[in-house]
Design a protein around this ligand. Sequence first.
Ligand SMILES: NC(=O)c1ccc[n+]([C@@H]2O[C@H](COP(=O)([O-])OP(=O)(O)OC[C@H]3O[C@@H](n4cnc5c(N)ncnc54)[C@H](OP(=O)(O)O)[C@@H]3O)[C@@H](O)[C@H]2O)c1
Length: 277
Amino acid sequence: MEYYDRQVVLITGCSEGGIGHALARAFAEEKCLVVATSRSLPSMADLDHDSRFFLQELDVLSEESVHHVLSSVLEKFGRVDVLVNNAGIQCVGPLAEIPLSAIENTFNTNVFGSMRLIQAVIPHMASRRKGKIVNIGSVTVLGPGPWAGGYTASKAALHSLTDTLRLELRPFGIDVINVAPGAVKSNIGNSALASYNRMPEWKLYKPFEAAIRERTNFSQGPKSTPSEEFAKRTVAAVLKKNPPAWFSYGHYSTIMAIMYHLPLFIRDFILRLAMKC
Ligand SMILES: NC(=O)c1ccc[n+]([C@@H]2O[C@H](COP(=O)([O-])OP(=O)(O)OC[C@H]3O[C@@H](n4cnc5c(N)ncnc54)[C@H](OP(=O)(O)O)[C@@H]3O)[C@@H](O)[C@H]2O)c1
């Protein structure tokens, strides 16, 4: 198969062990040419020397980094068929006391980082009247609970932007897909704990310390969905001729879909029990 027969897929946040890495492999299995990106090339070392992957360093916080990677990809392949905004960070701490800088950093990565890639790629996709933009949101938006308010708010913003983009980009032939993972095995728990360990000591919330700390690893329980399984299902949905506007899969995704429709007093009751609040 030549280059021009294959879809070029650019994915952010492809460090080994995470969802982005599993997505990179799953798109490659479907004969796509995958531009796998992450903040450091060594984090994707196992994809090196495999012609299905074009590895690039990309920090979604940097305008320069985004434009540099996009130029390299367009020079090499002449197009981007699918953009997957996967890079993301957790943000755990009670909203009353968490430093605003932590919430800002989360929005800068999860929301503005995604928008940076989207705005960079749209002129190119619009000129071809073809393309797909996939934003990785989260099921947590369907039932925002205690202790990860900054993260959930950032994903809620991303969901909302995704819905608007889908309508605004339709006239230009660009599909926009909101992917909401449930609990999926990845490095997110370890990264969240590392950030959490840099938080100040809580004052009012000192008695809740153990419950708050537990939230860092909530998605990484024994029943969490393997990232390979999640990636295979997601890629199948994204590569459809008419992809769905919303795709959700993984442990807790059904429960969260039900939670969304529950009366608030029942939802609050369940979340208070689950999060020991
Ligand atoms: N796992 C779940 O249960 C779950 C549930 C719902 C939603 N999600 C979402 O799924 C996506 C992938 O997360 P994951 O679970 O696979 O977590 P992960 O293993 O921690 O992967 C996150 C990826 O994002 C990268 N990243 C962070 N900041 C970045 C930046 N400024 N520029 C470029 N890359 C950056 C990380 O790079 P480094 O390795 O350099 O840190 C890593 O490659 C995230 O958007 C997350 O919010 C995950």
